[in-house]
Write a protein that binds this ligand. Structure first.
Ligand code: AMP
Ligand code: ZN
Length: 437
């Protein structure tokens, strides 16, 4: 097993990764707010955690990955109003786009993808517990977290009180006992989405969503929590406060934060208007795997400045790799490659191994990183992946899983294909044929 260390934002240290249960690793990452089509900054975050999960799956027998969908948010309300459509129609549409765009980048779907609007009961339950334990209070149709009640508050961002107040850009509101207190629940106007609660008709604040859903699916304490560096404060700080105060558990042991994708040194974001969507690039004919490789070309904690050259370089590299793997078997994944990934997910160092590898090993390493979803012929034809390509990729992933004695993954892939009407026939020489049932 490779040595695994992560730079843990909680300790500001490269910590050796020791899962709570070596048989079953649990990871949560903050997912999209579904009000607009994902841009490549959002995609960077999704691709990074996808690689982390693929690596963990290779090393550990079982990994559960949860990533939420924020489908209640003021930006969503505003976007639906502007387009004159119902909120649930907007969130359904954008969730579909998010899935389609991430599928195009070979980002595997998480095991659990909870939607906020389907977990209001869990959030209300957690807020009630916080009030009972003296960590929150109700005021004027709101429920607020009492920051002063949590001696550990600030443990992640390591800000002092003045910095916390400045950083939270807190509104002085008459119902707050302390300007640092943050909203757990707020009232909804008649034309805004709302649910009945002990504090009146309203909707949850954003932070409580991730606390309630991660605890529900992964437990009071779990292994890894990820997200963009912009989420460290206040979002993750508040998640920690809410969860540890409500459950008494430790919440996540390892906090992993990815750096920004930037344009001319500035964070790509919807609000700055400097964004390129994944769909824009796909429509221009840039292949999904090219975007994926370009997004992985810089270490995940560093900023990645996006430009056309990143795309050109990634395309050249993938052309070279695809030429090399034509007809290749799936070999073993070399130790040096796994050690590079174990070294705080150093993907650029891992990719460096691909350049000097023999074809069979190249194919194995590329598959592990979520590449080689097509045959060499398909790649150079530049066709959009056909259904058969997807089946080929799944079969290749299953062969890799079997080599890795990851029987759970191998069975899961077989079952997924079976559910899609594809029957696999393993042959004595180690290859697999398939047919439609
Ligand atoms: P949002 O939909 O804005 O809530 O963002 C979804 C995810 O994408 C979060 O984990 C953000 O931290 C991440 N994200 C947003 N913009 C960028 C960016 N420019 N670079 C890297 N990650 C980003
Ligand atoms: Zn979150």
């Amino acid at each position: 097993m490779p040595k695994i260390t992560f730079y843990n934002t909680l300790t500001r240290n490269d910590d050796v990764f020791t899962p709570m249960d070596a048989e079953h690793v649990k990871i949560y990452a903050c997912g999209p707010t579904v009000y607009d089509r994902p841009h490549i900054g959002n995609a960077r975050s999704a691709v990074i955690y996808d690689v982390l999960v693929r690596f963990l799956r290779h090393v550990y027998p079982q990994v559960t990955y949860a990533r939420n969908i924020t489908d209640v948010d003021d930006k969503i309300n505003a976007a639906a109003k502007e387009r004159g459509i119902a909120i649930h129609d907007l969130t359904r549409e954008i969730t579909g786009y998010f899935h389609a765009d991430m599928d195009a980048l070979n980002v595997a779907r998480p095991d659990i993808e909870p939607r906020a609007t389907e977990h209001i009961g869990e959030m209300v339950g957690m807020i009630k517990t916080l009030i009972e334990k003296g960590h929150a209070y109700a005021a004027d149709g709101h429920a607020l977290f009492a920051v002063a009640s949590d001696p550990h508050y600030g443990c992640l961002s390591r800000r002092n009180r003045d910095e916390l107040i400045a950083g939270a850009r807190v509104e002085v509101a008459p119902y707050k006992k302390d300007p640092m207190d943050f909203v757990l629940w707020k009232p909804s106007a008649a034309d805004e989405p709302g649910w009945e609660s002990p504090w009146g008709r309203g909707r949850p604040g954003w932070h409580i969503e991730c606390s309630a859903m991660s605890v529900k699916y992964l437990g009071d304490t779990f292994d890894i929590h990820g997200g963009g560096a912009d989420l460290m404060f206040p979002h993750h700080e508040n998640e920690i406060a809410q969860t540890t105060c409500a459950t008494g558990g430790d919440f996540a042991k390892y906090w992993v934060h990815n750096g920004f994708l930037t344009i001319n040194g500035e964070k790509m974001s919807k609000s700055l208007g400097n964004f390129t969507t994944v769909k824009d690039l796909l429509d221009k004919g840039v292949k999904g795997e090219v975007i994926r490789l370009a997004l992985l070309s810089t270490h995940y904690r560093k900023p990645l400045d996006w430009n056309d050259k990143a795309i050109e370089d990634a395309e050249k590299t993938l052309n070279k790799f695809y030429r090399a793997i034509d007809g290749a078997e799936i070999g073993d994944v070399p130790e040096v490659f796994l050690n590079a990934l174990g070294n705080d997910i150093n993907v650029p160092e891992a990719i460096a191994q691909l350049h000097s590898a023999k074809p069979a090993e190249l194919r194995a390493m590329g598959l592990l990183l979520g590449f080689f979803g097509k045959t060499t012929a398909e790649w150079f034809k530049g066709d959009v992946a056909s259904d058969d390509d997807d089946i080929g990729l799944k079969i290749a992933e299953r062969i890799l899983a079997k080599k890795n004695k990851d029987w759970a993954a191998s069975d899961r892939i077989r079952d997924e294909l079976k559910a899609a009407g594809i029957v696999l026939e393993d042959k004595p020489d180690g290859t697999t044929d398939w047919r439609r049932a």
